[in-house]
Each structure stands twice: as C-alpha cells, then as structure tokens.
Design a protein around this ligand. Sequence first.
Ligand SMILES: [Zn+2]
Length: 448
Amino acid sequence: MTVVVEHCAIATVDAAGTEHEDGHIVIEDGRIAALGPGSTDTDGERIDGRGCLATPGLVNCHHHLYQWATRGTFQQATLFEWLTGLYPVWVHLDGEIERAAARAGLAALLLSGCSTSMDHHYVFPREAGDLLAIEIEAARDLHVRFHATRGSMDLGRSDGGLPPDEITEDRDAILQASADAIDRFHDPAPDAMLRIALAPCSPFSSTRDLMRETAEYARERGVRLHTHMAETKDEEAFCLEQFGVRPVEYLEQLGWLGDDVWLAHCIHLDEREVRRFGETATGVAHCPSSNARLGAGIAPVAALTAAGAPVGLGVDGAASNEAGELGGELRQALLVARLRGGPQALTAREALALGTIHGARCLGREAEIGSLEPGKLADIALWDLADTDHAGIADPVAALVLGPRPRPKHLLVGGRAVVEDGHLTTGDEETIARELATASARLQEVAV
Ligand SMILES: [Zn+2]
C-alpha cells in the first residue's frame, strides 16, 4: 500500500539537516520509500500537507504513565518530599487505574506528535495484577511504538532507602519478572512496535546488588538499561553519605555507563562527568518541565551534546509535570537551555533534534526512526502551521519550536494515521478522559 504526503515543508533531521520548503514523502508498507522537493507522480492515497511542516514523529525518552492518575498534588514539594507524599498513594494502584492512566498518557503523547514512547514502570503493589501487560495492551490499542521498561525498587525505608517497604520487591522476584517481561514481550525486529528494557528506579530506592545484577542480565539478554540519575542535590548527598561517591561515579562502578544505557535527568553533573557521558555514549533523557516543576535544576544539555552524548527529551511522570505532551517540551528545552547558557545555547533545530534523532539514539532505534530518510519507518508528524498560533512565522521550524502548543494535524506511526485532523483515530478521547477522571478520583479516595 502506497501513501503520498505532499505540498508540505519538510524538516528531515537527517545528518546534513536537509529541509524542503515544499516537498513530498512516499510511504510504502510502513516505510519511507522516497522523499524530496516538489511533488511526485507516484500513485497512491494522498495526504494534503498544505500549510504543514513534516518532521519525524517525536520520541519520548522518560515517563511514568501510571502517574496520570495522581496529577496536581504536592504542588510545592521537592523531589524527596513529593515522592514521600505520593508513595503511600501509589501503594493502591491497581489494574483498572493503570489502564486508564496509561491510555490517557499515551493519548496525550500521540496528540502532541509523539510516535514512540518509553515507560518506566517501577511500582508493583502486591495483588495489583499484571500492570506491565496492562500498559503494553494500552500502547498496542492506541498504536504507539512502545519501549516498556520493567522497573524495580528493592531498597525500602527499613534498609535506609526512601520508599516504604510495602512497595519494594524482593531482588530474586524482580530478576524473575525481568526475565518474564523479555520472554513475553521483547521484539528485537527492526520494525518492532514493542521492546523491553530494564530499569531499577534510582540510587535511593534500588540496592547496589540489584543495579549490578540487572546490568549483567540486560547485557546477557541484549536489552537496554534505564534509571534516574543526578536529579537533585538531595540524591547527591544520599550517594555521598551511603556510597562515599557522587551519583555518576556510583553508576560507573556498577557498569552503568555505556551506549546501551540512557538515564533520566542528569542535572547535577560536573565537567568530568559530562565528558564521561560523551566518551561512553551514555544517553540522557532531559525532562525540562518536570525539572522546573520540582525546582530540581537545569541539565547541561549543550555541554552533553557537545561531548557527544545523545540527549533525548522526556515528559517524565505526569505527577511532576501535569502536562504530558512531548511537543511542548521542544520549546521548554530551548528556553531552559538559554536560561542556563544564553541565547546561543540551543537553536530551534537543535531542540527538534533532541526530540527526534537524539531520542531515537537513547532508545537504540536511530537506524529505524528519528529522521525522515528513505528506508526508515514512516513515523511522521504533520504540524499545522497555518493556524492563528503559528501563521506569519516564515521559518517553519521556528514556528513549531518557538510557537505555542504544537499539536499535529496528522501523525503516522509505521505509515498508519493515529491522529487525523487533530483527533485520535485509535481511541475515543472523551471516553479516555472520563475513565481517567474516575480512576484518579477512586485512587485519591482509597489512599486517604
Ligand atoms: Zn522519572
């Protein structure tokens, strides 16, 4: 089946930064077959891109979908205060709440131009059911390219960790569940819609043994590794006190720097640590809105990319960023980079690269997604720039990144339209919102 997108501006985000003022994209069997300036005679179903900019679908590198059910709470808290307040609520998570939250979070991502998302799920209350399978089903239904991570916590309060013991798990059980997740769900194929990675939660909620054994096991099975890193000064103080080293050195001791690893936040890094990220090609999931919401600080994005590290964007869990739309993080990343490093620190095109090809590198998918090039998967966002929000800005990439609230007119995942004329085709937005409201209210009620 052939689909032709035409009459649109195109920002390919390829290595040469190729752009077309007016161009076309030919899609065959879910992949980009051809792309170039002007129109084409190729037969096929037509998508009229007039007034639009085509970019690669955005890639979300950090999220906790279940948190859609606990938004708007602990509004003035630091990370540790916020976590300590929310852990007792999350203990009551169940399958129905997980399903509603995952569907809402994934719908918000699609409606903001995101075609590939990861999720870091690390809360597995006993009796809650198969929460990982439930979110995976939500991603399948809505047709999001999905990297689910089997997260974990085994360092409870009684052993000096931050979370209450009742939402931690036993290390053997975690490793068994990690093996099961890979066996059941991981698809190594180049056009995979679903992959698994392993993700102990953080230095203050996962033991040293869990971190080391997870890394060994992930490498044995050929899956990627993810965790939170250097998010706050409190975390740094915790690592210095517990392990006698800074967070990054702690990770390095455990074999956790490498091109099969991507880490959320990475705000409090010194120059040597930034260099190590570059030398080891360790990825960073930069979450500017969440970092601002918790007052955690601003990651050294320009220094990290200059050092050679891939820096993707993440919305982070929606309990620390009530907006979970990835499109808006392009602008947010640009603004906070400039607050840190001045107006030259990040360009609109560099911000778009973070949200696309850098994100693809973080997930190990740069050969398949993250740029618009013949042979790559047809994950394509078509942004309407003719509306009142964006009209009149001559540079389409500036309109997308600097302009307000980008929402795609169309979004294709593997050539299939999941957003059409600004609406989801794979789920009913009203039902999703209603089920989320019900689930959130029930969770707040049972948690009192
Ligand atoms: Zn997070």
